[in-house]
Design a protein around this ligand. Sequence first.
Ligand SMILES: Cc1cc2nc3c(=O)[nH]c(=O)nc-3n(C[C@H](O)[C@H](O)[C@H](O)COP(=O)(O)OP(=O)(O)OC[C@H]3O[C@@H](n4cnc5c(N)ncnc54)[C@H](O)[C@@H]3O)c2cc1C
Length: 476
Amino acid sequence: MVEILKPDICVIGGGSGGLSVAAAAAAFGVPVVLIEKHKMGGDCLNTGCVPSKALLASAKRAHMMQNSKPFGVGALDIDVDFKIAHDHVQRVIAAIAPVDSAERFTGLGVRMIKGHARFKDRRTVTVGDAYEIRARRFVIASGSAPALPQIPGIDEGPYLTNDTVFDLTERPNRLIVIGAGPIGLEMAQAFRRLGSAVTVLEAATPLAKDDPECAAIVLDQLERDGVVVRSGVKIVRIEHASGSVSVTFEGTSGEETIEGRHLLVATGRKPTVDGLDLEAAGIKYDRSGIVVNKRLKTSNRRVYAIGDVAAGQPQFTHAANYHAGVVIRNALFRLPVKVNKDLIPWVTYTEPELAQTGLTEAEARARKIKLRILRWPYHDNDRAQTERETHGHIKVITARKGKILGATIVGAQAGELIAMWTLAIAQGLNIRAMTGVVLPYPTLSEIGKRAAIDYFTPGLTSPWVRRIIMWLRIFG
Ligand SMILES: Cc1cc2nc3c(=O)[nH]c(=O)nc-3n(C[C@H](O)[C@H](O)[C@H](O)COP(=O)(O)OP(=O)(O)OC[C@H]3O[C@@H](n4cnc5c(N)ncnc54)[C@H](O)[C@@H]3O)c2cc1C
């Protein structure tokens, strides 16, 4: 018999976005149903952010041990036990899983349903023959899946994606990665540092969404690590044989074939819209996902879409969380809050890390804004020297009058350092605010203050101001 439920909010998908909506709605005492067909926690916990960062952490240890001699710490021949690295990744997932579990959400007051949700009509979602949900509002947070490029032969044999790569218990000795975006390059560095031979093939430009000057520093480190990155290549075919895979591509010097043992496909994501029967609910979508307006409302006024499945939105966990806040304020409190994509930072967790917030230089120039660009190198930072982490720099983009528009940091802990710049942009701060802040010495965050001080240096005429700048440079 069908159970009919009439909550205020019905959420489809128990990943980063869906869980945030459900938790917030439950906290406000709003009746909420959450439907998840697979694993609670979605991509981020099970096959995305968490396992990738855990594997990178193993790789980082391996790299540190091999490079400790300059610190006076004897470098040993390192011994990588890949099975233990795999177990570490799985233990990290298991440690975080209770926070995203059905039990916890039931405890918060969320009605949990395990199963596949699909729309029956404009105001009804069903889960098999067991449930029919007629909610006041629906939130689709069904996420995304690996997009498979159309290359002849690719699916005629085994290949890895983020859905399967973290299940490997043996190190892939010769790994070919297709795709040099953040996921492809993070995995390339992780496996290389754990001992795999890695070649990355990219049709266009590696890290194409990032500032090219800063991305080049990441690529330089990957090359030093021994990762081979071939960009601007057109893969023409893939041939699988027992225990090997060969990839033939056209590069600058004609057709080439490389052979590996494993193939990892990291060529972007496709939104999960299949099986939702969106047509039945009058919800428009295209290849990039469910069409939403700035309040994340779909073409059906009762339905919102958030996270990776929402077309044109950045695909990050913190973006999905931010979307959840926008939907809660619109759906529950009728506040006309809109998404602002400029407020969403992102980080590639290679070493060095590459972090971006606000506008890149290219984006700011495309908007025809008159800019000032401020830089400060890690090399001129005392903490960076003590840690021998002198590779990288900060680049701050301001408008002519000093309003902070964006910041890119490439270097150690860039993902942590970007936080204060994200706050500065969200608050509409002027670069002057960054020169006035007192930061603990010696910290890497001082690179930002130093870059900010540079705003006032060129073209100075007043000796008084020059003296202040000098003072700040010495003591600031
Ligand atoms: C390798 C990798 C590394 C990443 N690293 C980072 C990172 O470091 N930082 C970061 O911010 N982001 C990272 N991301 C991106 C991040 O994982 C996603 O942006 C985030 O998980 C999106 O959340 P979501 O809620 O939209 O979707 P998901 O987390 O994918 O959740 C969607 C859920 O919906 C369920 N579902 C789908 N259809 C239905 C249905 N019909 N019925 C019921 N349930 C359904 C799915 O089973 C899934 O559990 C990474 C991604 C990958 C692949």
